[in-house]
Design a protein around this ligand. Structure first.
Ligand code: FES
Ligand code: FES
Length: 1001
């Protein structure tokens, strides 16, 4: 049928099918600011205004919209610089979103802005509660909502005329004494419209390292370099592109958990009009590989095929279809006839380990890694003994044992996995994909397609969140096989249901802790035995589970002589089951470790009568000590000793205690009571945590910097910004070295044809590893600029007589400055080098690989209220004080902490993936799998305790993953403090808390 749609006051005519959604129609018209995040009206990414009211366009029929005025983000604001044409620039809301750091991946941003426009037109004086309600229909997995809420409140204030928008002027200078706030990133705006206005704060509290005081760009809350594009909803993501003749891919997923494919007949599907290709295992080469996006050699078994003659979980792949439309592709799936020989399904890892259990991987092509053993359904086995654990237990006054459990949970990035493939004009295969690991994807997939690496180009556009879920080579092969089969461009995008049934997740684990303690509070031995469920494939199984022990069990070494010779044991079995494979998820095994470690520490404290803070700090790892695991394990590679150079944990504890009011609340029975509500009890809890920063001697990042005619620079980095702001911090580091504003750095990342190699975005490594490469490349360029400037000074190109040495030239304010006060602009240097004298391209290339993985440390605190009649837990407040080294950008870094704490809060209280007896997923959409909405959030507070990590030019350590580690145990410990319920398993659902409460009574 033909319809007319009025979009942004313009009429458009288009042909639709009767059931086509408004989302699909708008994207076909080129309004790519309308995003797809689900199909069921839950995420809000597809929000448009219909006659001024927000609607979810994915569940609104295009035909229904015919007589209505539709507004999309494309009608809101413009880039302020449009050549000779004057433009109004960005709207006030867009500006406040940019300046407040409200944008991380930016995938939800157009929807948030449209929802906010409706709010501010309806209510010019919104309270914070009003804003949170208005944004509650738009899920954001990145920000924790702190900064979007503040952006809307600021915009409201400006629109009311109460203040003017002054951008970044008046920003606080660095060099603040410990304990001071650096102030807001915007001029203060008046309080109005409700008493909760100032509850949100864009800027974190920063206790600053003295070494950072003189920096001009590093340490400043610079706006994200991609924010202006994202705030306008520009077509920056993988699916925001049209290719003539493009086909749509769909995958037939298994409905049984374990079976051989006896027969598969795709003839009817192939005969369907509009179907371009149907591929089964019989149609493509049988190449075994690992989908884990890791460096060569992949530290795990090779156990996957693009398509196999066996299925191993409900959701496994059976066939690929490419068709002219999605609807035809879906229809074709129904016409594929499959006959299965069903096999017994193993859904529990302990069952899978029993002798005689059915074997998941009996294929002859299986390639072992280290101690994997497919005959025992073992994807990996880890046995680490540090010191003499049994001797340590003998020296203890008391041995405390308990078992803990953590669930399988989903990354739930709002942009689903999405890829587009096509042959370019040179017959090279182009893969435009939402990936964290473009270089790994190219290397891993080349043999799968029987193409040399050089015939493949992987382009990573903006990514709408990844959180580890896109550190997997998950769907690129589907589209590429279909492009190879048809010769045509193919788009494949997961539905939200596929995200839950066929994508990766966090490894669920059962963990047994055993700790020996002396009566003076010294830990003499600590043991963790983990049973990790990797699901049907072993991707990341060894390394994720290894990190569970490597990071979480490293924190407590004991005191006195045990500090030099700690006794630590970590054993783990990583087991195949017939469930969807687990994989990388932010934190990479460490949150699984800190739930048992920190709950167990609390158990010891309570049983032996210690102070929870003193006991932890007494036994915690300190500066100058050997990382206890560094000589025992390194992600399946050769371990090398590593000394802890920086550790701000004690200051983190001090600051965090002060903010949460620990002294007044902990153990205070009067404070626990809630006046007039005898069924409620309040409690506070703490957890101390550490992470790592990249993988030593392995993770490598590369960067190149090129000078342009006007003194600006192109920074090409292989690093992968998945919404974290890494492009921005890389630009800040380059700008710092070159003495220029960040706006003079044009960042491009990443494209395997153009940018240098980088392992990708994982292991919290980008700022540290890729930043190290950028700093070196910038130094390389700066040296060439200084040389040319000296030459210009000395040859009289710049007036003056004193000879100048290159080393004496200082770069600042877009100029090269001589000691005698003369200066030459970078633009003049660029023209001189490119056009006038001894012409050369000033550029630099560098790479960086670290010999260490300096751990960030943190203290995390939670305050909760428990309903003792229902078991309902409300988390009121989360405080995190973190030592992540020098903070390059306090706004983007605190955004990482807030977003990470919010994801971790879901892990603590509500997120869980459960399967029935046949291995079918219970959670298949964002209604059943609840992630926190804007109006449900507790108060979040971040404090950075800066240390200067000497192994990095700017003293940085990791920030992205550590907020995932301590929220769950801090909440668990706060529940215990509130009501005595001692939880061993998360999430802390009302049912579990209530059961635990019954055990108390
Ligand atoms: S895409 Fe419409 S609500 Fe998710
Ligand atoms: S910024 Fe909201 S989903 Fe990424």
């Amino acid at each position: 049928m033909r319809i007319q749609l009025q979009v942004n006051t313009q009429d458009h005519e288009l042909e639709i099918t009767p059931g086509e959604s408004l989302l699909s129609a708008l994207r076909r018209l080129g309004f790519f600011g309308v995003k797809h995040g689900c199909e069921t009206g839950e995420c809000g990414a597809c929000t448009v205004l219909l006659d001024g009211a927000p609607v979810n366009s994915c569940v609104y029929m295009a035909a229904q919209a015919e007589d209505h005025a539709i507004t999309t983000i494309e009608s809101v604001g413009q880039h302020p610089i449009q050549g000779w044409k004057e433009t109004p620039g960005l709207s006030v809301l867009q500006k406040t979103f940019v300046e407040s750091g409200a944008i991380q991946c930016g995938y939800c941003t157009p929807a948030m802005i449209l929802a906010s426009i409706e709010l501010l037109e309806r209510e010019p004086y919104p309270t914070e509660e009003d804003v949170r309600q208005a944004l509650s229909g738009v899920l954001c997995r990145c920000t924790g909502y702190v900064k979007p809420v503040e952006a809307v409140l600021k915009a409201a204030s400006i629109l009311r005329g109460e203040t003017t928008f002054e951008g970044q002027e008046g920003l606080p200078e660095r060099g603040i004494d410990a304990g001071e706030f650096p102030g807001p990133s915007m001029p203060p705006f008046p309080e109005s419209g409700g008493d909760t206005q100032l509850a949100v704060k864009t800027m974190p509290r920063v206790v600053v390292t003295p070494k950072a005081k003189d920096w001009q760009r590093v340490g400043k809350p610079e706006p994200k370099v991609d924010a202006v594009k994202l705030v306008q909803g520009k077509p920056a993501f993988a699916a925001d592109m049209e290719k003539r003749g493009m086909l749509y891919a769909k995958v037939l997923h298994s409905q049984v958990a374990h079976a051989r494919i006896k027969r598969i007949d795709a003839s009817k599907a192939r005969a369907l009009q509009g179907v371009a290709a149907v591929l089964t295992w019989q149609d493509i080469p049988r190449v075994v590989y690992s989908t884990a996006g890791q460096s060569d050699p992949i530290p795990g078994p090779l156990d996957s095929f693009s398509l196999d003659k066996k299925v191993r979980f409900v959701g496994d792949r059976v066939a690929f279809v490419a068709a002219e439309t999605e609807a035809i592709a879906e229809q074709a799936l129904l016409l594929i006839d499959v006959e299965y020989e069903e096999l017994p399904a193993l859904l529990d890892p302990s069952e899978a380990m029993k002798p005689g259990a059915p074997i998941l991987h009996d294929e002859p092509e299986f390639v072992n890694f280290a101690d994997s053993d497919p005959k025992k359904n073992l994807a990996a086995e880890i046995r680490i003994d540090i010191g003499n654990v049994e001797q340590g237990f003998r020296e203890a006054d008391r041995i405390i044992e308990a078992e803990y459990e953590v669930p399988k949970v989903q990354q739930a990035h709002i942009e689903p996995h999405v890829v587009m493939t096509y042959w370019d004009e040179d017959d090279r295969l182009v893969i435009r994909t939402s990936t964290q690991v473009p270089f790994h994807a190219r290397r891993i997939l080349a043999p799968v397609f029987r193409l040399p690496i050089k015939r493949i180009r992987v382009i990573k556009p903006r990514i709408g969140g990844g959180f580890g879920g896109k550190q997997e080579v998950l769907i690129e092969d589907v589209a590429a096989h279909l492009t190879i089969a048809t010769g045509r461009p193919v788009l494949y995008e997961y539905t939200r249901e596929e995200e839950f049934t066929a994508a990766r997740s966090r490894h669920p684990m059962r963990i047994r802790m055993k700790t020996g303690v002396k009566n003076d509070g010294t830990i003499t031995a600590n043991e963790m035995i983990a049973l990790s469920d990797t699901g049907a494939y072993g991707c990341h199984g060894l390394t994720v589970t290894g990190n569970t022990g490597h990071k979480a069990m490293a924190l407590y070494v004991g005191d006195g002589p045990y500090r030099q010779n700690p006794n630590i044991r970590f054993y783990a079995d990583v087991v195949y089951t017939n469930t969807p494979p687990a994989g990388a998820y932010r934190g990479y095994g460490v949150p699984q470790g800190f739930w048992p470690v920190e709950r167990h520490m609390e158990k010891i404290v309570r049983m032996m009568g210690f102070d929870p803070i003193e006991f932890r700090l007494k036994n915690a790892l300190r500066v100058g000590e050997l990382h206890p695991f560094s000589t025992s394990w390194s992600e399946g590679r050769e371990p090398r000793p590593e000394i802890i150079e920086t550790n701000g944990l004690e200051e983190c504890v001090r600051q965090g205690m002060a903010i949460i009011g620990w002294e007044q609340k902990f153990g205070n029975s009067a404070w626990r009571e809630v006046l007039g509500k005898p069924h409620l009890r309040r409690g506070v809890g703490v957890a101390m945590v550490m992470q790592g920063t990249a993988i030593p001697y392995l993770d490598m990042g590369g960067a190149s910097i090129k000078m342009n005619d006007d003194g600006s620079f192109n920074l090409l980095a292989g690093a992968t910004d998945l919404g974290t702001g890494s492009d921005t911090v890389l630009a800040q580091m380059a700008a710092e070295v070159l003495g220029i504003p960040v706006e003079d750095i044009l960042v491009y990342s990443s494209d395997t044809d153009f940018t240098p190699f980088d392992v990708g975005a994982y292991a919290s490594s980008t700022t540290y590893i890729s930043g190290g490469a950028v700093a070196r490349a910038a130094e390389n360029v700066a040296e060439k600029i200084r040389k040319r400037a000296a030459k210009m000074f000395n040859e009289g190109i710049v007036d003056g007589a004193e000879p100048v040495e290159p080393d004496d030239v200082h770069l600042e304010d877009r100029k090269a400055q001589a000691p005698d006060g003369r200066s030459v602009t970078l633009a003049e240097i660029a023209l001189n080098s490119l056009h006038h004298v001894d012409q050369e391209q000033i550029m630099g290339v560098a790479s960086y690989v670290s010999p260490s993985s300096p751990p960030p440390f943190a203290a995390q605190f939670a305050e909760v209220t428990v309903d003792t009649e229902t078991g309902q837990v409300v988390v009121d407040r989360l405080v995190m004080a973190v030592d992540s080294g020098v903070i390059v950008n306090p706004v983007t870094a605190s955004g990482q902490i807030e977003g990470g704490m919010t994801q971790a809060l879901g892990y603590a209280v509500c997120e869980e993936m459960v399967y029935d007896d046949l291995g079918r997923a219970r959670e298949r959409d964002l209604a059943d799998y609840h992630i926190f909405q804007a109006h449900e959030m507790p108060k979040l507070e971040t404090i950075f305790i800066e240390t200067f990590e000497p192994s990095h030019p700017f003293g940085v350590k990791a920030v992205a993953e550590i907020p995932m580690d301590g929220v769950a145990p801090a909440v668990g410990n706060a529940i215990l403090d509130a009501c005595g319920a001692d939880l061993h398993i998360i999430p802390a659902t009302p049912e579990r808390v209530w059961s635990a409460l019954k055990r108390v009574k």
